[in-house]
Write a protein that binds this ligand. Sequence first.
Ligand SMILES: Cc1cc2nc3c(=O)[nH]c(=O)nc-3n(C[C@H](O)[C@H](O)[C@H](O)COP(=O)(O)O)c2cc1C
Length: 252
Amino acid sequence: MSKIMKIYFSPSGTTKQVVEQVASNFDNQSENYDLLNFSEAKEFSAQDIAIVGLPIFAGRLPKSGRDRLAKLKGNNTKAIAITNYGNAHVSDALLELVDLLKENNFDVVAAATTVSHHSIFDGVAVGRPDSEDIEKINEFSKKCADKIESGESLKSEIPGNRPYVDYKQLPFEISCDETVCAFCYDCVSVCPEKAIPDDDPIDTDLDICSRCSACISICPEDARKFSGEAFETKKPAFESANSERKEPEFFL
Ligand SMILES: Cc1cc2nc3c(=O)[nH]c(=O)nc-3n(C[C@H](O)[C@H](O)[C@H](O)COP(=O)(O)O)c2cc1C
């Protein structure tokens, strides 16, 4: 029987949640490839079904997630491509994901953009994915299962442009309150860019940090946060500009 390969890069956990939700609609056994921890090369078989989820960063795939995903090759392996975003904009990220999977010999059968809580601006898309999202994701998953059963590939056009929009690094700082930090070093281990030194978790090298937020999410003491003038100034305007609910979109 086919195995489900759950493949995700999910610094604040919502993309993983969406991938798990899609997978829960299949009865098959599954394996997890958490790209925050897994950076090896791997080849999947023609019998496998890959459910691949990455968040959207500045309208693109996060570079670390993309680089790690690029090491995973298919063998005409069926794939469901999902980009998950914080209710602002998708730009070219889903197109980039579908292109990458096809280049790496996956047979993309369906694709989706889903909406989740914004991992930087915590006033946007609060509580999402919610029950309405989950219902739509379940419907989509059942359609994916039917397509896989009948051997159909993706037919819909994926919106976006090539070349993809230029990636813009966010100027926000990430700070760590040393009076609260328990020096557990979880942030050091999880950082995909190795931007937090082994000997000093209070420090973050902002030149290499992608602001993915994995260190903030994993911190058991809530010692880490986005900060600085650029962040504080942007937050209210961003939250008000992106307050209107956007809906997930599905491509079959
Ligand atoms: C560096 C960075 C850039 C982001 N850029 C976008 C964006 O362009 N559009 C958007 O809607 N959300 C954006 N977001 C929000 C995330 O896409 C969203 O919160 C997603 O659910 C995070 O997934 P995760 O919980 O798996 O980390 C960005 C988040 C980060 C950390």
